[in-house]
Design a protein around this ligand. Structure first.
Ligand code: SMG
Ligand code: MG
Length: 373
């Protein structure tokens, strides 16, 4: 198959509430959206990049340039026999994995729609529903935190992740644990601590957490291995695992007890599935992370999370947790058992709300392949 046309869009889609981590704050999705077309069939993908290089090195602007100058032309020149081929097309690209992933997702969706297969079936997923939780950003004060967590628990979320940072770690965690003794609880530091904080981080062991996510540097594996020998709670790597090789290094060094897999962070679903398989072979559970995706990226995450070693709840909450209105007409809703239903329609199953998407589109370009002969 040859991709004939690629449409790129940058969007600005406000969140229902600002999202604050240990190092930055986002008010809206600034994702790059990729629409690929071949033989009259269309596939969509999302690169969930942010405004600045705070989570990783990519931004909405770098992805926009990379997509037009390199990634779209490379894909338009390629002959694809299966979605896994996209990884080989982009093997020469250094970094910029979220930008690449948007194209890779779009090709999976396209192949699924062309062959009538759901993304879940294509990936080898088994579950019809996937367990999900909610990620709660840093709040202005403890009263607000209790109210926000209480609202999510009342809405049916059975697992909560708290964003932590120095000065906002032990006390919020203790308070939430004491208020909800049976809640499945975990924390995420987004790379803000160093090994010097090891004794402090070990105090989190008192709160019966599922995991402590990415406490140390975004590109570190070795110090996390040292920390895991001091802290009893499983360390979970997020930012540090950008490829199957990084997963292998972390597994060999026993740097973590759990891996957060975000297909966007690792360049796409093919790499994500490889990491899933390696972790399964090593007896290390995984879960699906989130980048506050729209309904397009969310559908890919939900399909991935149906694979067997995704045994912990994902950061793939219902659409309403993020947006007053999503850019799909079939947004995800939370089931009473804290799950989302995995779509079984061809491709991702996402139906694009083109009218609303047009309203939130900031820039749009269309690129075509050169016609042979
Ligand atoms: O998608 O629900 C979501 C957000 C999950 O906390 C979340 N993501 O490090 O895991 C993480 C963060 C990155 C957010 S970047 C704005
Ligand atoms: Mg994280």
């Amino acid at each position: 198959m040859k991709i004939e046309q690629i449409e790129l869009r940058r969007i600005a889609l406000p969140y229902v509430a600002p999202f604050e981590t240990s190092g930055w704050r986002e008010l809206a999705s600034h994702a790059l959206l990729v629409r690929v077309e071949a033989d009259g069939i269309v596939g969509w993908g999302e690169s969930p990049v942010g405004t600045g290089p705070w989570y990783n090195e990519e931004t909405s602007s770098t992805a926009w340039v990379m997509a037009q100058e390199h990634l779209a032309p490379m894909l338009l020149a390629a002959e694809l026999t299966r979605p896994e081929d996209v990884a080989a097309v982009y093997a020469r690209v250094r970094g910029n994995r979220m930008a690449c992933a948007g194209f890779e997702f779009a090709v999976w969706d396209l192949f699924g729609r062309a062959t009538g297969q759901s993304l879940r079936a294509m990936l080898g997923g088994q579950r019809e529903r996937v367990e999900v939780g909610v990620s709660v950003g840093v709040q202005p004060d403890l009263d607000t935190l209790l109210r926000v967590v209480g609202d999510y628990v009342a809405a049916g979320y059975q697992r909560v992740k708290l964003k932590i940072k120095p000065g906002w770690d032990l006390e919020p965690t203790r308070l939430v644990r004491e208020t909800w003794p049976d809640l499945r609880l975990q924390v995420d530091a987004n790379s803000i601590y160093t090994l010097d904080h090891a004794a402090h981080l070990a105090k989190l062991d008192a709160y019966d957490l599922l995991l402590i996510e990415q406490p140390l540097a975004h590109d570190d594996i070795l110090d996390h291995a040292k920390l895991q020998r001091i802290v009893q709670t499983p360390i979970c790597l997020d930012e540090s695992i950008v490829s199957p090789d990084h997963a292998r290094w972390a597994l060999e060094l026993r740097a973590c007890g759990v891996i957060n897999i975000k297909p966007s962070r690792v360049g796409g679903l093919h790499a994500a599935r490889q990491i899933h398989d390696m972790a399964a072979a090593a007896g290390v559970p995984v879960w699906c992370g989130g980048m506050l995706e729209t309904g397009i990226g969310r559908a890919a995450n939900v399909a991935l999370a149906s694979l067997p070693n995704f045994t912990l709840p994902g950061d793939i909450s219902a659409s309403a947790r993020y947006f007053a209105r999503d850019i799909v007409t079939n947004p995800f809703v939370l089931n009473a058992d804290s799950t989302l239903t995995v779509p079984d329609r061809p491709g991702t199953g996402a139906d694009i709300d083109v009218d609303f998407l047009d309203q939130v589109t900031v820039e749009k370009v269309v690129l075509r392949g050169t016609v042979a002969g």
